[in-house]
Design a protein around this ligand. Structure first.
Ligand SMILES: Cc1cc2nc3c(=O)[nH]c(=O)nc-3n(C[C@H](O)[C@H](O)[C@H](O)COP(=O)(O)O)c2cc1C
Ligand SMILES: CC(C)CC(=O)C(=O)O
Length: 331
């Protein structure tokens, strides 16, 4: 982990209510996958190319992954995150504690709307319209959550809803303000993806694909892109590290749509490894929350600056190139 990010996590831990810290930090079950997401990067190494004789471009293919309830981390919540995002894609959680219109107004770059399909399709449609009206540039449907993950830390703390004064603002007038007002349903299927596509002309991504067969089905459904993700180790504690699932999905998709990735990215080198394995961009989840808790907008800015600087440095050391043949396993 980049030491500056570790410092921000330490600071966040010191300022956050321990219950909220554990909501952000925790994973499902024994937290095997939570640990594996980070460990997977340590098992890989990069073989740099040399004497490539070129200046690298400043492209920084990173997105801010959707995470719920930023006002638990800082009073400015998602407004601070949006202001700090710069030109990185900000995927704003449906469960934001600031309405999506205000998130988009605070951002200078693209904002995508993350959606859990609600079994009541009128509610789903209302959310999609809200995202469109706000000016979101894509809808990202999270598909790895047929039920809520069982997070032992939250159960131990008895944390199952937001404190008074905070609400899931996009949901408040539709179903209610709380965490438990958001429905997860195992009945959601590819048919619902089709129905969301019929509702909107916005590009639709699916987030939370691990099986290559699902990636192929997604492509067949005309999705604009796929995010390989295990939800930061918060859903099923039996899945592989997200990084280990990435190459097979990239191969199955075979360039037909972009394949983004998230899970365990904690340094610029991690971003480089994910891109070398074929990711179109790398998503950042918890480090953004640590920056936000530690120092609001400035803290999130710091996280992105540190990662950008480190990524571009690694890229230069790799000859400005990242490809699958440059990735080897450590002995
Ligand atoms: C506190 C927290 C809340 C999250 N909320 C959402 C959410 O609302 N929607 C969603 O699709 N994913 C959610 N995720 C998953 C993230 O989008 C992302 O997949 C994951 O955090 C990436 O792993 P990382 O935290 O190791 O970077 C959440 C993750 C965390 C840690
Ligand atoms: C269930 C959501 C409100 C948040 C989420 O996806 C998560 O906490 O992992």
């Amino acid at each position: 982990m980049n030491p500056l990010l570790a410092e921000l996590h330490d600071k966040a831990r010191a300022v956050l209510d321990p219950v909220h810290h554990d909501f952000f930090a925790g994973g499902v079950g024994d937290e095997v996958v939570l640990a594996e997401n980070e460990a997977a990067f340590r098992r890989l190494a990069l073989l740099p190319r040399v004497l490539r004789g070129k200046q690298i471009s400043g492209d920084f293919p990173v997105m801010i992954s959707p995470t719920a309830f930023h006002r638990l981390a800082h009073p400015d919540g998602e407004l601070a995150t949006a202001r700090a995002a710069g030109d990185a894609v900000l995927v704003s959680s449906m469960a934001s504690t600031v309405p999506i219109a205000d998130v988009v107004a605070a951002a200078s770059g693209p904002v995508w709307f993350q959606l859990y399909v609600q079994p009541d399709m009128d509610v789903t449609e209302a959310l999609v319209r809200r995202a469109e009206r706000a000016g979101c540039e894509a809808v990202v449907v999270t598909v790895d959550s047929p039920v809520f993950g069982r997070h032992r830390r939250d159960l131990a703390h008895g944390f199952h809803d937001l404190p008074a004064g905070l609400a899931a603002e996009n949901m408040r007038d539709l179903v209610g303000p709380g965490l438990r007002d958001i429905e997860m349903s195992p009945l959601v299927s590819w048919e619902h993806i089709g129905r969301v596509q019929e509702m909107t002309a916005l590009p639709l991504w699916v987030k939370g694909v691990l099986h290559p067969k699902d990636a192929i089905i997604a492509v067949r459904h005309g999705v604009a892109g796929i995010v390989v993700s295990n939800h930061g180790g918060r859903q099923l504690d039996l899945v592989p590290a997200a990084l280990d699932a990435l190459p097979a999905v990239v191969d199955a998709v075979a360039g037909r749509v972009p394949v983004a990735f998230d899970g365990g990215v904690r340094s610029g080198g991690d971003i480089a490894l994910a891109l070398a394995l074929g990711a179109s961009s790398a998503g950042i989840g918890r480090p953004v929350l640590w920056g936000l808790a530690a120092d609001g907008e400035q803290g999130v800015r710091r996280v992105l600056d540190v990662l950008r600087d480190e990524f571009l440095h690694v890229l230069t050391l790799c000859g400005g190139e990242l490809s699958r043949d440059m990735v080897v396993t450590r002995c």
